[in-house]
Design a protein around this ligand. Structure first.
Ligand code: GLY
Length: 346
């Protein structure tokens, strides 16, 4: 088993191993002294793994309540949040009881925010079931729900007690959902890790190896900058333009596809970056990700400026002047237009 320690203020471990789902109860017993557990999952994951996890936790002596949300981003809402909180209260959850989140980013973010706020904070364990959740959203304690004004506008930094990652669950993912996670994996190679990037180019590593490397990179970054004021911004490579692509498409383009396009724009806009941009394009295509979009620089620019990442008249963008060397660069917002023009040109 790979064990990675996340050195945040409330540190915790991420355990990665094929078949780990079968040992979920003993793993939880090691960190949760709760009497009750709310197993929060979604309508897609529940039939695949929910009953097994629920039974294992019950057999281990926990009083398990199941809460199954409809699969999809629409469930990351204030209404759903309040419904979960009402359920915790109705079932008499105390501060020592816990939530176990079994699912992708929506389940993890919602469960984490409920755990962060119910009774001012109760323990939670994350069991990510998508590649994106394994390598990104389950690591580092960003929890949130969406408001009609934008995504993730109501949230908290709140770390789980434990993350259990079983790469075997990725076998049941739709190829497009797996590809979505690969965009974030490729991002880690670009910003921090030439060895990972080359392994991806050659399809040389297993899912377990890939996840372990990405989690270890993200853990290091998060330990250094838990609250996202410095080096953690590196994780936004491709995201400023990616978010603009998502918004322009009214979220028809998935997050991973949009990040892939965003990284491509930034790579092409990099001075003397042609060779790396070609390698990035090839690796994105290898994993079924898009490298172009139909939107014009003007449209993406207008949407990007309305994004919450804008800080007064300065914007942080992430550039990769050479493989593995991500940099945080402060630019006047107007300069984003130049990046877009250069990065979208053929
Ligand atoms: N997903 C980026 C971060 O956790 O900071």
């Amino acid at each position: 088993m790979v064990n990675i320690n996340v050195g945040t203020q409330n540190g915790y471990e991420i355990h990665i191993e094929e078949g780990l789902l079968c040992r979920v109860a003993e793993e939880c017993k090691a960190v949760l002294s709760s009497e009750k557990i709310l197993l929060l999952t979604d309508s897609h994951v529940y039939p695949l793994y929910g009953e097994t996890v629920s039974r294992a936790l019950s057999d281990a002596g926990y009083a398990v309540s199941e809460y199954v949300i409809p699969a999809g981003e629409a469930s990351k809402s204030v209404e759903q949040y309040l419904a979960v909180i009402d359920r915790l209260a109705a079932d008499g959850f105390s501060r020592s009881d816990a939530i176990v989140a079994l699912g992708g980013g929506v389940v993890g973010d919602l469960a984490g925010f409920c755990a962060a706020t119910y009774l001012r904070g109760i323990p939670f364990v994350q069991i990510p079931t998508t590649l994106l959740a394994c390598v990104d959203s389950s690591v580092g304690g960003k929890t949130a729900v969406n408001l009609s004004a934008g995504k993730n506008l109501l949230g908290a930094f709140y770390q789980p007690r434990l993350v259990l990652c079983d790469p075997l669950v990725l076998k049941t993912l739709e190829p497009s959902v797996y590809a979505d996670g690969m965009a974030e994996v490729i991002k880690y190679g670009m910003i921090r890790d030439p060895e990972l990037f080359e392994a991806l180019e050659n399809r040389a590593w297993t899912d377990t190896q890939i996840i372990a490397r990405c989690v270890s990179i993200k853990s290091e970054i998060v330990a250094e900058d838990e609250f996202d004021n410095g080096v953690r911004l590196l994780l936004n490579y491709g995201h400023t333009i990616g978010h603009a692509v998502e918004k322009c498409s009214k979220f028809a383009v998935s997050h991973g596809s949009a990040v892939a396009i965003g990284m491509m724009v930034m790579a092409k806009a990099e001075p003397n970056g042609e060779a790396l941009a070609e390698r990035l394009e090839a690796v994105l295509k290898t994993y079924g990700l898009p490298t172009r979009c139909e939107y014009a620089a003007d449209d993406l620019y207008a949407v990007a400026l309305s994004d919450k990442k804008r800080r007064n008249q300065t914007l942080h963008v992430i550039t990769v002047p050479s493989l593995g060397n991500g940099r945080i660069v402060s630019i006047p917002v107007e300069e984003l237009h130049t990046y877009l023009q250069k990065g979208l040109s053929e």
